[in-house]
Design a protein. Sequence first.
Length: 178
Amino acid sequence: MSKIKVFNQEVIEKILDMKSVIKVVEEVYTLKSEGKTELFPMVFHEFERGVADMDIKSGHIKGADIFGLKLVSWFGENPKKNLPPLFGTTMLFDSKTGRPLAILDAEYITGMRTGAAGAIGAKYLARRDSENLLMVGAGHQAIFQITATLIVMDNIKTVRIYDAVNHSNAVDLSRSIK
């Protein structure tokens, strides 16, 4: 009988480092451009319009014989219940047998992957001699974006943070990364 590995956020935070995540995400983008991966259609369902929904994103890395999915649920009323509004779970499977391989808490993985994706965009689209980074938005994702961009763009000397929705978030984030 096969055992399914389960990784909580604490374990994932210890395993992942941004430099490695950037490298892997860039490799997967290359595989995608070479037709060696496939993305399946996204599933989206609203339980209650504007209040609760979920989506499933999934894909297959052909050469690695792995497919997986990430289910993200958003329940806007959760903060009133002392729960986060967003939950994410990733599941990985063997694509030759369908055997489940792992279940992972997806919150930190999503932050790292999205930050890496933004940094890869900056790496190829920004001027190489850029010295300033403007982060628009100071929510949960901002620190991942800043960290990853600073890794791929070593000329950055100044990071500015702007948040039109909540200015105090920008102030708090800027103080936390000095």
